[in-house]
Every structure is written in structure tokens, then in C-alpha cells.
Design a protein around this ligand. Structure first.
Ligand code: GN1
Ligand code: MG
Length: 374
């Protein structure tokens, strides 16, 4: 069936009765497929919805995933009634998804907004940091055991390295010989990249409910005020470490270039962006952090960057099965860009650590000030 007709069929299953106008493909994320589906209301105005085709190669338990999203969004809604939220439409049999035997569909409200892939406006960055910090804090009292692991071992960097090694050994697409240098670099930094994972396994970092996919384009901003309105893409909300969210956000937002830029020399950490994100994030989270979380937060940025490099490169070696690609060497380009960024982060690690310490101190001082005023 043509996509045009399929999206109409899906929309009808989610009980949208209006006149169908068509769809636009939305460039959102590297894993699912997203469409804006447009309708005309009886009074003539247009209304749009977002339809997503969930990638069930990545998410093997999409029903568990939808249950996670449901309970997490309900938890936040109960705390903050009236706040803008994602709303998943239901089918006639009260499900938030439609599995048609081939694909797994879901539908949400469409929120008019702006998103950013690269950003230099520090107010926007600070606001994103605050939104992701607030998201973790909203879920501080959420029962971890109620969540399924939508991708087991998602940020278990040791496991990612084991998978990476397997891809190198198998060499399914016959590409290993062309990327020896990249493979060697990643293997040479394995222990550093696994700092967070190893500390967690040793019982030295607490588990929290985390978002786990904190690219700044997963925050919707108000077109008018440029303030963060809502955090989206909750597919990977799972038990995780605070550094997973901080590190993943930094490796994306504080990179001077986009994730798939081929000008690798320009893949560097922008310390102004780093500081602005840290200010926002830590203004929400500092009060709950353990010493080890504070001490490892800067390193988490390196860990998440190197981890993603192993994932991109492994997918390239496997023949591009996981990430959506738009050019034949897309995953290789992405891996190289993350490697360049990871190297630059190591050069600036002392400065990054100092910024984190300072932001934590400032945030704690401000809350003490508030406390003593009350
Ligand atoms: C994927 O969901 P999306 O496409 O924004 C991936 C993240 C990576 C990111 C890199 C479920 O994110 O882990 O960091 O690509 N999500 C999943 O762009 O694997
Ligand atoms: Mg995602």
C-alpha cells in the first residue's frame, strides 16, 4: 500500500474522522520514521497529528515501550496538571498503538514549535539543560521497577564494546580493513569510555529514571519565547545514570558541528555551550547529586561520545541495519565525527570538570539562599 493511503488508514484507526489532506515526512531522529499528517476540520481550519512508525528492529518490545511512556507521562501530568504534554491517541480498542502485522504505529498531538540541531544561543541551551534536569527530577519518586528496559543494556558501555568487537570479528559487510584506525582508537580508550559503567557496576553510582536520548532536538521550544516547552522522544526512558542524560546532551549540543559533519577537524566541544547546558541542568539536579555523580559528570560526556562512536561504527560494519542512513557511508561519517569530538573532549576535560564543580556550587548556594530567606 502507498504510504499516502497507509497513513490515512492509520489515522482512521486512531479515530481521526476529518478530511485527509496528506502528509509530510519529518526529519526527526535516526531510528523511527515520523510523519506530520494533515486534515481539514469541518469549519475549514487545518489540524495536524504526528504519526510514527516505531522501529521494531531497535525496540523489540514496543508494547512494553508504550506502557513505559504512558506511565511516565501520567506521573508527570499528575504532578503538573495543565502543563503541555504529549498525548497519545487511542484506537477503538483503547490501545495507544496499532500493530498491523508489518509495522507498529502510534499517533500524538502535533505541537507547533521550533527545534535545533546546532545551537549557539546560550539561553536556548540553558533552557534545554533545565528541561532535561527537570525531567529527571519529576521522575525522582517514580518506581524504577515499573519500567521495562526498552533496549536492554542501552548505555551499558561494556556491553556496547562487546557488541562492537563482535561486529569487527564478523565483518559482515567486508568493511573492517578500511576502518582499522577508527577501530584501534576506540579499543584504546575502552577503559576510559567505561568509567561510568564500571562505577555503576561497583555500586558507586545510583540508578535513576533517565531519558537516555537527550539530543537537543528532542526538546520542543516555543517559537515566540525560545523557552523549552516539552521533552519528547520518550522511547528510551529507563533506569539509567544521571551522566547518561548529561553526557548525551553535551555530545550533541556542545559539538561545534552536526553529528554527521565530514569536516572532522571542526568537531570540537564548545565550552560556552557546555557551561550553559550545565548551568540549566545542574540548577535542577545539583541538590540530589552524590559526590561521585558530580565528579564523573564531565567524564560522562566522553563516555557517551565514545559509546555512540562504537555504535555507529558497529552498524557500519554490520551493513547499516540499525540507524537510518541517507548516504552509503553515513554511519562511518557519524562515527568519525564522534571520535574527533571525543578526542577534543579529553583535551578539555579539566576545564569541563571545573565548570561542573562551579555550577554545582552556584546551584547549591542559590538554594541555600532561598532556604534561609524562607
Ligand atoms: C538515535 O531516537 P533518535 O533517532 O533521536 C539513538 C540514540 C543516538 C542517536 C544519535 C533508540 O536517536 O541513542 O544517540 O540516534 N536512539 C536509539 O543520533 O538508538
Ligand atoms: Mg530516540
Amino acid at each position: 500500500m502507498e504510504l499516502f493511503d497507509k497513513l490515512l488508514e492509520v489515522s482512521r484507526a486512531f479515530r481521526i474522522p476529518y478530511e485527509y489532506l496528506g502528509y509530510e515526512t519529518i526529519q526527526m531522529g535516526n531510528v523511527n520514521h515520523t510523519y506530520k499528517v494533515n486534515f481539514r476540520l469541518p469549519e475549514g481550519k487545518e489540524k495536524s497529528f504526528l504519526v510514527q512508525n516505531v522501529n521494531t528492529y531497535a525496540f523489540r518490545n514496543p508494547v512494553g515501550l508504550m506502557n513505559n511512556i504512558d506511565s511516565v507521562t501520567e506521573h508527570i501530568r499528575a504532578k503538573k496538571p495543565g502543563q503541555l504534554a504529549l498525548h497519545f491517541h487511542h484506537t477503538a480498542d483503547r490501545k495507544t498503538y496499532l500493530a498491523d502485522g508489518e509495522n507498529f504505529w502510534r499517533m500524538t498531538n502535533y505541537v507547533p514549535s521550533v527545534t535545533y540541531n546546532t545551537v549557539t544561543d546560550l539561553n536556548v541551551v540553558r533552557s534545554a539543560g533545565k528541561a532535561f534536569g527537570e525531567f529527571q527530577m519529576d521522575l525522582e519518586d517514580f518506581d524504577l521497577s515499573a519500567l521495562v528496559e526498552t533496549i536492554p543494556g542501552f548505555h551499558d558501555t561494556r556491553k556496547r564494546y562487546a557488541d562492537f568487537r563482535r561486529s569487527v570479528e564478523e565483518d559482515k559487510a567486508g568493511r573492517v580493513s578500511s576502518v582499522r584506525e577508527e577501530i584501534e582508537y576506540l579499543l584504546s580508550v575502552e577503559d576510559k569510555a567505561c568509567c561510568l559503567t564500571d562505577l555503576y557496576r561497583a555500586g558507586k553510582l545510583p540508578l535513576r529514571v533517565t531519558h537516555n536520548d537527550t539530543k537537543i532536538n528532542n526538546v520542543l521550544f516555543s517559537p515566540e519565547t525560545k523557552e523549552a516547552m516539552i521533552v519528547i522522544d520518550l522511547d528510551t526512558v529507563m533506569p539509567g545514570l544521571m551522566g547518561h542524560d548529561f553526557g548525551d546532551a553535551i555530545r550533541f549540543a556542545a559539538n561545534r558541528v552536526e553529528e554527521d559533519c565530514t569536516d572532522y577537524d571542526r568537531a570540537q566541544v564548545n565550552l560556552d555551550v557546555f557551561r550553559a547546558f550545565a548551568e540549566g541542568f545542574l540548577s535542577m539536579t545539583a541538590k540530589t547529586m552524590t559526590d561521585t555523580e558530580v565528579k564523573t559528570l564531565a567524564m560522562s560526556c566522553f563516555d557517551l561520545t565514545a559509546e555512540l562512536a562504537t555504535r555507529f561504527l558497529a552498524d557500519y560494519l554490520d551493513g547499516d541495519l540499525y540507524f537510518n542512513i541517507r548516504r552509503p557511508d553515513h554511519n562511518l561519517v557519524r562515527a568519525r565525527c564522534q571520535i574527533a569530538l571525543a578526542k577534543d573532549m579529553l583535551k578539555h576535560m579539566d576545564e569541563m570538570e571545573a565548570i561542573v564543580e562551579q555550577c554545582v556550587r552556584n546551584s547549591l548556594a542559590r538554594s541555600e539562599e532561598r532556604f534561609s530567606r524562607n
